[in-house]
Write a protein that binds this ligand. Sequence first.
Ligand code: SAH
Ligand code: DHB
Ligand code: MG
Length: 226
Amino acid sequence: MTHPQPNPRWDEVDSYLTDLLVPADEALTAALADSAAAGLPEIAVAPNQGKLLNLLAQVQGARRILEIGTLGGYSTIWLARALPADGRLISLEYEPRHAEVARANLARAGLADRVEVRTGPALDSLPRLAEEGAGPFDLVFVDADKANNPHYVAWALKLSRPGTLLVVDNVVRGGRVATEDPADPAITGTRAMFDLVAREPRLDATAIQTVGSKGHDGLLVARVTN
Ligand code: SAH
Ligand code: DHB
Ligand code: MG
């Protein structure tokens, strides 16, 4: 939305679809505004992507959700809104400043009772979640540092059950994922993640490219098999 797109129609169409199907509300608008005011990078999922996460969590009947990469809690709000009153979402965030903004945004959205934002490197928090017996999660959304994507997917599997849904954001990156690029750890990490998913018999997966207000990117969606 804030960056010039290779094709201006991508923004036009996203606005058209979002105006019709994804009406803005106070909590979501304020979450983005306060995230920007606090100087957080403007890389949250687009509104129509947030709504997709919400719908996937609803279809999944999710009661426990794990998110890796909170930022200001925009995707977190979309996901947590799909939870029943006694549902729970844990979101992992490296930057204390991001976590603080997210907690305020979640409280304003009326979701503080259902959501816990844990600060620290996700690769430290994930083993602790396993030790605590926090899983299995019904849905895991991976959207943090892309270099660690294979590790995040491996942990998501450990914290899953048959039927768990796994969603990974930003798996296409302008198409760069299709070409090996040893100099870019985000591409190396995402390709290693795809190799792992392709080899993993416990995951039934697809990935789609997307264009829109966030440019050309894509999502991996996978289900843990029975
Ligand atoms: N899911 C958010 C966007 C997340 S942006 C949304 O769509 O609204 C990616 C986030 O991952 C950033 O806030 C970044 O600080 C965080 N991050 C980066 N490295 C991390 C790590 N090692 N562990 C946990 N979070 C990390
Ligand atoms: C970046 C990260 C994201 O999670 C995203 O959705 C878009 C961009 C980034 O690190 O550039
Ligand atoms: Mg993302």
